[in-house]
Ligand binder design. Structure first.
Ligand code: ATP
Length: 138
């Protein structure tokens, strides 16, 4: 079993939250691999910027999720941990980074995010974020 650590952001502007759309159509939160010697929060900010062009600011740590998947190239199981940070954006400007595998980036109203986010564990992190910012819609 290989282990992987990534870090990402729940990026808020007003009543909207930043989601990215992958080539396969899935809507996900921005995140990515933590580099050697890199701090979790630095990786989270870097990944948000690289994947969406958003220069966000961290408000607080939210929590982590863990999932398993099979790495097809190496034919090995991966145990992956992703750490999430609550962030605020200065505006709604964003652009999907195609080289990172995204075809769309949008700030989506919090009333709609739960219906379109692909993964249950990301929905859980979003719910927790909405509670923190004082919105119980989750
Ligand atoms: P990173 O964005 O951290 O660089 P990646 O793009 O290489 O990662 P993942 O997004 O972790 O890889 O996807 C690897 C596998 O895990 C895929 O099969 C994907 O469908 C699945 N996966 C991704 N996110 C989740 C999740 N939150 N819960 C469960 N499975 C997930």
């Amino acid at each position: 079993m290989i282990t992987e650590i990534s870090s990402g952001g729940v990026v808020i502007f007003g009543n909207a939250l930043l989601l990215l759309r992958k080539y396969n159509g899935d809507w996900v939160l921005p995140k990515g691999r933590v580099e050697e010697g890199e701090k979790l929060h630095t990786a989270a900010l870097r990944e948000v910027y690289e994947e969406s062009g958003v220069k966000a600011e961290i408000t607080q740590y939210i929590g982590r999720i863990n999932y398993h998947y099979r790495n097809i190239k190496e034919d090995k199981m991966v145990s992956k941990t992703v750490h999430w940070y609550l962030m605020k954006s200065p505006n709604m400007n964003c652009k999907p980074e195609r080289k990172e595998g995204f075809i769309d980036a949008k700030f989506i109203h919090i009333d709609r995010v739960m219906d379109i986010v692909r993964y249950e564990d990301e929905r859980r992190i979003i719910k927790k974020s909405l509670k923190i910012i004082g919105n119980d819609l989750g």
